[in-house]
Design a protein around this ligand. Structure first.
Ligand SMILES: [Ca+2]
Ligand SMILES: [Ca+2]
Ligand SMILES: [Ca+2]
Ligand SMILES: [Ca+2]
Length: 328
């Protein structure tokens, strides 16, 4: 099995996982030959538009829902004393006057956790994936996918069960093309009655079939998942799945699991594409407080994606650099 080639770095220490690494530096240092980072410019709002909403905020994103070149704003809200259902609000950008129209509201299942917007159908208009549910409130664990009708309206949602109540419920949702057939899958992580899981809604959207095939994969030998993202970490066999998890509560520490894509024929069987059993050397431990956010990007221009780990309970962001730092 091909192992991930990832370095975990704090300000003064690092751990090397896998082989093929020759040189590392603290992430806070500039590699030789790199231009120094510019300081952050202050942000001065040009104008303010207050969007009235109800419900506890659970997430937001800015996407162009009807492909008119103006970014619109989607906000996700939990229940209040006035509404038991969650709400997805679509703040459509008119780019004139007050810019944003009064929000269009769409019901979502109780206790929404997070949303992710991306085109899943190939028309360059984003769909919206929402995870919901809580063991504490005994509300079902659900993935809801709202399909964009092309005009920025979201009707006829498709709902998928993410298991029965148990554990913390779904925690994070992302979208990426995992089987290299040019459409994105929806990837979730969390806990259900069977323990930790990764769920993948395999995209079957084409001229014949307009739906998704949800498969739930149990995670063994892993800790409680908090967040999921995707990137081709080893630059082979397709996009990989990265799960940030809580390693221990006291002291708080996090761990990341890199599940490598095993490859396969485009559109073929998905059953063997990932092995969701974390071996010790597929994981990156001791990352300080567990991640609240996890992002992949090419930080040091060596063609291998790197990871940024933003802790939930610390005023720090860790950069995990893969491969070497020889080119900038
Ligand atoms: Ca727009
Ligand atoms: Ca679409
Ligand atoms: Ca796909
Ligand atoms: Ca890969």
């Amino acid at each position: 099995m091909v192992r991930s080639r990832v370095i975990v770095m704090t300000a003064w220490t690092f751990i090397i996982v896998g082989g093929g690494l020759t040189r590392v530096r603290p992430a806070v240092a500039q590699p030789e030959g790199c231009e120094p980072l510019e300081s952050v410019a202050p942000f001065t709002p040009w104008a303010e538009r207050v969007l009235e909403t109800e419900g506890l905020p659970r997430g937001m994103t800015a996407v162009d829902i009807e492909a008119d070149s103006d970014a619109d704003v989607l906000t996700l809200h939990g229940e209040t004393s006035f509404a038991e259902e969650g709400v997805l609000r679509v703040h459509r950008n008119t780019c004139v006057g007050d810019y944003f129209e009064a929000a269009e509201a769409y019901e979502v299942p109780n206790d929404p956790i997070q949303l992710f917007a991306a085109d899943l159908t190939g028309d360059e208009r984003p769909e919206v994936a929402i995870i919901s549910g809580s063991s504490f409130y005994e509300t079902p664990f659900t993935l809801r996918i709202y399909i964009n009708d092309g005009e920025g309206n979201f009707e006829d949602p498709q709902d998928f069960s993410l298991g029965t109540i148990g554990g913390a419920g779904p925690r994070s949702v992302f979208a990426a093309d995992l089987d290299e057939d040019s459409d994105r899958e929806v990837i979730c992580c969390g806990n259900n009655q069977s323990g930790q899981f990764v769920a993948i809604a395999w995209n079957r959207w084409d001229e014949v079939t307009n739906d998704f095939d949800l498969q739930i994969y149990d995670l063994t030998n892993t800790n409680a998942p908090l967040i999921v993202t995707c990137a081709d970490m080893d630059q082979q066999d397709g996009v990989d799945v990265i799960v940030g998890a809580q390693q221990s509560a006291f002291p708080p520490s996090g761990i990341a699991y890199v599940f490598l894509n095993q490859g396969g024929d485009a559109g073929g069987s998905h059953s063997t594409r990932f092995v969701f059993n974390a071996a010790a050397d597929d994981s990156l431990g001791g990352l300080g407080p567990p991640a609240g956010s996890l992002a992949a990007g090419a930080f040091n221009d060596d063609s291998y994606p790197d990871l940024a780990w933003c802790a939930r309970t610390a005023t720090s962001t860790s950069m995990m650099l893969s491969a070497s730092l020889t080119r900038c």
